[in-house]
Design a protein around this ligand. Structure first.
Ligand SMILES: Cc1cc2nc3c(=O)[nH]c(=O)nc-3n(C[C@H](O)[C@H](O)[C@H](O)COP(=O)(O)O)c2cc1C
Length: 346
């Protein structure tokens, strides 16, 4: 039996299969952070293509929290209506949809923004030195996550994912490589997790109990002095009772010097560790490119869901192909049935 096509329920969200579209910045918005036709085509194509859960790309909670000037945004109420149209469209295909709430911190490359981070250390020689965040800044950014969660709810998302990975602001607090603070937000693991806890509390204060919150983490900094999966598990064990329901496990991005030995499925062991040590369901992935890999990961209980990034850029119909490759008893969408290889002779 193809477990890839067994539904998965968390709080009141049911995902029809275990295939998740990884959040991927498309850099197609204008400086106003709003959705355009490109985003509708891009996300709706993957929904038609049978993905169980779409995680919309990093979406900035503040203008200065953008990665680039072309990021999507949720920093003002004017962003809600277009996102609502998108979630309405995606739901027609029985695909769940979430949005990744993000703040770039010192990795902001949007034009004309003043950059903030836990510590005044730049990411590289070519990037400006960020300003060290004051307590007021910390409160303001947690508030921006709260307001973005409220807008995400109004926009009709099924789930929000807090971007705590890839060296962006939350990750900058979590990692000892980028957090050199001497106040209660720096130093030991408990202090480094404090900002994340405040963000989770802020998001949960606006996000309905019925719906889940996902946390994306870099479980491995790929540097000896950095965080490793056990550290992230310990951090997640501190925040989970605040209302984190699932962890999306990635790695890297904190410092430029890190060397990543990437090979097919290389991050799945990190996901397994987080799953085992926190007891939370996980979304694992990274260089997963075939239905058989997804099935192996799910059947062996290594991850509950599997995210697919670049393979879905190459083939938006990955999940439809997986139905046939795994012999799952699931229909293709009515309009596409005649394209199904097994049936296309008639
Ligand atoms: C074009 C592109 C944009 C990405 N943008 C994001 C993002 O917005 N948020 C995020 O957490 N990860 C982002 N990632 C990382 C992916 O979510 C995923 O973790 C990574 O591509 C590894 O999975 P894959 O080997 O299946 O592509 C991006 C990756 C790509 C290729």
């Amino acid at each position: 039996m193809a477990e890839t096509f067994e539904p998965f329920t968390i709080r009141k969200m049911t995902v029809k299969n275990r295939i998740v579209m990884a959040p991927m910045c498309m850099y197609q918005a204008d400086d106003d952070g709003r959705l355009n036709l490109f985003h509708f085509v891009h996300y709706a194509t993957r929904a038609v293509g049978g993905v169980g859960l779409i995680l919309v790309e990093a979406t900035a909670v503040e203008r200065r929290g953008r990665i680039s000037s072309r990021d999507l945004g949720l920093w003002e109420d004017a962003h809600v209506d277009k996102l609502r149209e998108l979630t309405d469209e995606i739901r027609k295909y029985n695909t769940a949809i979430g949005v990744q709430l993000a703040h770039a911190g010192r990795k902001c490359e949007a034009e004309g923004e003043s950059i903030i981070a836990p510590t005044a250390l730049s990411f590289s020689e070519n990037m400006p030195v960020p300003e060290e965040m004051s307590r007021e800044d910390i409160r303001a950014v947690a508030g921006a996550f709260r307001d973005a969660a409220r807008r995400a709810r109004l926009a009709g998302f099924d789930v929000v994912e807090i971007h705590g990975a890839h060296g962006y602001l939350i990750n900058q607090f979590l990692s000892p490589l980028t957090n050199k603070r001497s106040d209660e937000y720096g130093g030991n693991l408990e202090n480094r997790a404090r900002f994340l806890i405040e963000v989770v509390e802020a998001v949960r204060s606006e996000w309905p109990d019925a719906l889940p919150v996902i946390l994306r983490v870099s479980a491995e900094d790929h540097m000896a002095e950095g965080n490793h999966p056990g550290d992230l598990a310990a951090i997640i064990n501190r925040v989970k009772e605040k209302g984190v329901d699932m962890v999306n496990v990635s790695s890297g991005g904190v410092v430029k010097e890190a060397v990543i030995n990437a090979y097919p499925g290389f991050q799945i062991p990190f996901a397994e560790t987080i799953r085992k040590e926190t007891g939370l369901p996980v979304i694992g992935g990274g260089l997963v490119t075939s239905p058989e890999m997804v099935e192996e990961i799910v059947q062996n209980g290594r991850s509950d869901l599997v995210y697919i990034g670049r393979e879905l850029l190459r083939n938006p119909y990955f999940a439809l192909d997986a139905i046939d490759a795994l012999g799952a008893d699931v229909d293709w969408p009515e309009s596409y049935k005649r394209g199904r290889k097994a049936l296309s002779k008639s």
